[in-house]
Design a protein. Structure first.
Length: 440
């Protein structure tokens, strides 16, 4: 069948923009298959595996197939968890290929007016602007505290929404007040001897909806001996944009953050959200072709560390007594923290140092929970299948506390607890909040 004008334009961009050498690096060996959640959940459908998607990209690149709806759907169903990368013997950078392919498809998609409005609101008008994030999250607090939430649930208003959104509403954390979200520090001194100077990437959702986790992060860094700089001009990392086919907007946000952190003179840049960290680490790749920012992006990315890694390296767990009430804890890896930032052992060492906490490793803790940014909203069926299987592994540990290192994973675990009816004896917490609880 002859390609449409749109398909010809997409094929042309695939031919010109996709990294052919990276596409050819895939040896079709299949090592990625057992690591891919969507391959497993679709009953071992090759079009929903990493090597299958790469084969589709290569075929579009070579003009052998049309970039039709089936190809686009295969790419969209991918979680982008990048679990395929650590197990790939050829070291294929699948995540980079996926983002470029999605960006090409999006550039040639004529969205309906409602979709255009939503995308503009989210990508242009909300996440890049801290004050607007504060105002939006502030409205959520009003909903929670004014009695509207109780009324909405009582009269059945929430039944007008899809089941997954109703469940998410019940799993939302208590939102901080507007004043605390606006009055943010720009620095914090070390407690005791200064061991390192760090700059803290505070993020957008983390510095609003998850404000208390950011506050806990600052306290832990101080106690670990870190002098902290928190650049005021920083903003959204751009991960949501980069994963959703808005690459140019992601680049603009990256440049803004590089500018903000350039003057910090910090030894490290610390992040407490695995999804953000993975995108920040990739700034070097994102801006590799920009003559002004390529080297600055490389230096920026090289300084990135997760909060658990810096605490481990500074022996926080050896120098600060850690104790909680007796409980069983387990850990759900942030895919991007593990697969991109290569941080897996540090959080486990820190948790195992807590007196009173019996750590039990969850089977397949390194597999995705189904959150994946906004995946649980745009691909709810697949997301809930993955989450339900994840909760089977959680229940098998008999854990009282599920620990995560990423806000999306945290909300997904809270959602899983809600779906399983475990709220009376199981909680989900960010590892930073658990460590602060254990150190006080």
């Amino acid at each position: 069948m002859e390609m449409t004008a749109r398909e010809r334009a997409i094929q042309k961009d695939f031919s010109e923009r996709m990294d052919e050498s990276e596409l050819l690096n895939c040896m079709r060996c299949g090592f990625c298959l057992p690591a891919c959640p969507t391959y497993i959940e679709t009953g071992f459908d090759e079009t929903h595996s990493p090597r299958g998607r790469i084969a589709l990209m290569k075929a579009v690149h070579d003009g052998l197939i049309s970039p039709d709806d089936e190809v686009e759907n295969s790419l969209n169903v991918c979680l982008g968890c990048r679990a395929c990368e650590p197990v790939c013997p050829a070291g294929v950078q699948y995540g980079h290929l996926l983002e470029e392919a999605r960006d090409i498809f999006n550039e040639h998609t004529h969205h309906s007016m409602p979709v255009k409005a939503v995308r503009k609101t989210v990508f242009d008008d909300l996440f890049p602007h801290h004050n607007r994030m504060v105002n939006t999250v502030g409205m959520l607090r009003f909903y929670q505290k004014s009695g509207l939430q109780k009324v909405a649930r009582t009269i059945g208003f929430m039944k007008l929404f899809p089941e997954n959104l109703r469940e998410m509403e019940r799993a939302l954390p208590e939102v901080p007040n507007r004043r605390s979200m606006k009055n943010r520090p720009t620095s914090a001194p070390a407690v005791g001897k200064v061991k390192a100077k760090v700059a803290f990437f505070s993020g957008c959702l983390m510095d609003t909806m998850f404000l208390e986790t950011n506050n806990a992060t600052i306290k832990l860094l101080q106690r670990a001996g870190c002098e902290i700089v928190i650049p005021k001009e920083q903003g959204c990392c751009g991960a949501l944009h980069g994963h959703s086919g808005e690459k140019e907007k992601a680049k603009a946000l990256a440049k803004r953050n590089i500018e903000a952190f350039d003057q910090s003179e910090a030894d490290y840049i610390i992040v407490n959200a695995g999804g953000c960290g993975a995108f920040l680490v990739d700034y070097g790749h994102l801006l590799k072709d920009d003559p002004e920012y390529a080297e600055r992006a490389r230096v920026f990315s090289a300084k990135m560390k997760d909060i658990t890694q810096i605490l481990y390296e500074l022996d926080f767990h050896k120098q600060i007594p850690l104790k909680v009430d007796p409980q069983i804890i387990t850990y759900q890896d942030s895919c991007h923290l593990r697969n991109v930032m290569k941080t897996a052992s540090a959080p486990r060492v820190l948790m195992q140092a807590i007196e009173g906490a019996e750590y039990r490793e969850m089977e397949k803790a390194d597999s995705c929970c189904g959150s994946a940014g906004i995946y649980n909203i745009v691909q709810p069926e697949m997301s809930m299948k993955i989450l339900d299987h994840k909760m089977e592994k959680v229940v098998a540990t008999d854990a009282h506390t599920i620990v995560t290192a990423n806000p999306g994973c945290l909300l997904q675990m809270k959602l899983g607890i809600e779906r399983e009816g475990l709220g009376d004896h199981v909680r989900a917490v960010h590892i930073v909040d658990l460590l602060l609880e254990a150190s006080e």
